[in-house]
Design a protein. Structure first.
Length: 61
């Protein structure tokens, strides 16, 4: 893990905004409805997910 995509699971509400915005398709919701990252090395760092997350649960480094 490179710590490129940091998700605060305590803040995630499972709205899927980040999943829909991710052009690399590396974000998904787990069985509990919490955002997860499949391969953060593929993150393009456009920060759409970070900017649009309603609870600010995502941070891109």
């Amino acid at each position: 893990m490179n710590n490129i995509v940091i998700i605060n699971t305590g803040l995630c509400i499972g709205c899927e905004v980040c999943v829909d915005l991710c052009p690399a398709r590396i974000l998904y919701l787990d069985d509990d409805g919490i955002c997860c990252v499949s391969d953060e090395s593929r993150c393009d760092r456009l920060r759409g997910c970070e900017r649009q997350c309603p609870t600010r649960a995502i941070k891109i480094n």
